[in-house]
Ligand binder design. Structure first.
Ligand code: ADP
Length: 317
C-alpha cells in the first residue's frame, strides 16, 4: 500500500542527506512504525507519503501510484494525518474539526453530520457531550482522539501518524494506544507511524523499521527486532530491557503447564508473560496460576525471554 523505492532527500544547505537509500514497504492493512533517534529522518520519510516533502531520488508509491504524479492537495485528502498536539483548529468546534475533509470533499451536510457522530463514537467520545466543545475544553488525550476522528473522517485507506501520542500523559497514553491500535486494526487501515517510543512501536505495529542517520538499519516484526537485533546499534537502541519487552508480547497462558493452583496468585487469562514476571517479583512466589491456562513458573519465563514463545502459540501484541 505504501512503498519507498531507493528514496533519498537532502535539504537545501545541508551537507548530509536527511534520508538516503530507503527501500521499505508497508503492506495493505498493516501498521509499520518508524523508530530511531531524533534527527534520523523518520518525519522526512513520513512526509514524503503525502508530499509535504518530495524525494530528490527514488519513488514513493501509494496504492501502486507514484505520488510524484498526483496533485498534493487531492493526495492529502485521501490520506489521514495525525500529528503530535494534533493541530486542531482552535476556534472551531470538535464537530467542525472532524468534518474538515468531508466538508472539503463536498459531502452533503446530513452525511457529514452522521459521519462526525460515528467518528466521535468510534474514538470513544459521546457525540452529544463533545460535538460542540472547543479543543481547549478537552484534555490532551481527548484532543488526540478528536485528531484521530478527524483523520479517519473521509475513510482514508492510509493513515500517517507522527508522534501521535506525544502530548498525552503517560497513564492515558497506554490506554489510548491500545484503543486506537484496536480501531485501526479493525478498520484494516494501512498505517505509517513515527515514534521515538519503542514500547509504542512494539505495542501498535506489525513491523518496526529502525533508522539511523537517514538509513534503514533493521526492518522486522517487533518480536524479531527484540529477539535478534541486527547489530550493536540496534541492540543498544532496544535496550537492556528488550527481554522484558519481549515477554510483553507473549501471552502468559502460552507458557502455562498443568499443575495445582491452590494458594497461588492468579492472573487473568489475558495477562502477558511480562505481567506474570511482575506478579512473581511482587509476590515473591516462584510460580503462579493463569486463569483457564495453568501454572507459570519463573523458569518458564526465563526460557521464554531467551527463546520466545513455545512453538504452536501465537504471541498477542
Ligand atoms: P526525525 O523525524 O527522525 O527526528 P527528521 O526527518 O525531522 O528526523 O530530520 C532529519 C534530518 O533532516 C535532521 O538532521 C534535520 O535537522 C534535517 N531537517 C529536517 N527538516 C529540515 C528542513 N526543513 N530543512 C533543513 N533540514 C531539515
Amino acid at each position: 500500500m505504501i512503498r519507498f523505492e531507493g528514496v533519498a532527500r537532502t535539504y537545501p544547505g545541508q551537507e548530509r542527506p536527511a534520508v538516503a537509500g530507503i527501500d521499505l514497504t508497508v503492506a495493505d492493512g498493516t501498521t509499520l512504525a518508524l523508530i530511531g533517534p531524533s534527527g534520523c529522518g523518520k518525519s522526512t520519510l513520513l512526509r514524503m507519503v503525502n508530499r509535504l516533502v518530495d524525494p530528490d531520488a527514488g519513488r514513493v508509491l501509494v496504492g501502486g501510484e507514484d505520488v510524484a504524479g498526483l496533485d498534493p492537495v487531492a493526495l492529502r485528502r485521501r490520506i489521514g494525518y495525525v500529528l503530535q498536539g494534533v493541530g486542531l483548529f482552535p476556534h472551531r468546534s470538535v464537530a467542525q474539526n472532524v468534518a474538515t475533509v468531508p466538508g472539503l470533499l463536498g459531502w452533503p451536510k446530513r452525511r457529514v453530520r452522521e459521519r462526525v457522530d460515528a467518528m466521535l463514537d468510534l474514538v470513544g467520545l459521546e457525540p452529544a457531550a463533545y460535538r460542540d466543545r472547543r479543543p481547549d475544553e478537552l484534555s490532551g488525550g481527548q484532543r488526540q482522539r478528536v485528531g484521530v476522528a478527524r483523520a479517519l473522517a473521509a475513510d482514508p485507506a492510509v493513515l500517517l501518524m507522527d508522534e501521535p501520542f506525544g502530548a498525552v500523559d503517560p497513564l492515558g497514553r497506554v490506554r489510548l494506544q491500545a484503543e486506537i491500535g484496536e480501531i485501526l486494526g479493525r478498520l484494516g487501515k494501512t498505517v505509517l507511524l513515527v515514534t521515538h517510543d519503542l514500547d509504542e512501536a512494539v505495542r501498535l505495529s506489525d513491523r518496526v523499521a529502525l533508522m539511523r542517520d537517514g538509513r534503514l538499519v533493521q526492518d522486522a516484526a517487533p518480536a524479531d527486532l527484540l529477539a535478534r537485533p541486527a547489530d550493536a546499534f540496534v541492540e543498544e537502541f532496544v535496550g537492556a530491557d528488550r527481554l522484558l519487552r519481549r515477554l510483553g508480547l507473549i501471552a502468559a497462558g502460552a507458557l502455562a503447564e498443568p499443575g495445582a493452583a491452590a494458594g497461588l496468585p492468579v492472573l487473568p487469562a489475558a495477562a502477558s508473560a511480562r505481567d506474570a514476571l511482575s506478579a512473581l517479583l511482587a509476590s515473591g512466589a516462584e510460580r503462579l496460576a493463569v486463569a483457564e491456562a495453568g501454572i507459570v513458573t519463573l523458569a518458564s519465563l526465563r526460557r521464554a525471554a531467551r527463546d520466545g514463545a513455545p512453538a504452536g502459540f501465537t504471541s498477542g501484541a
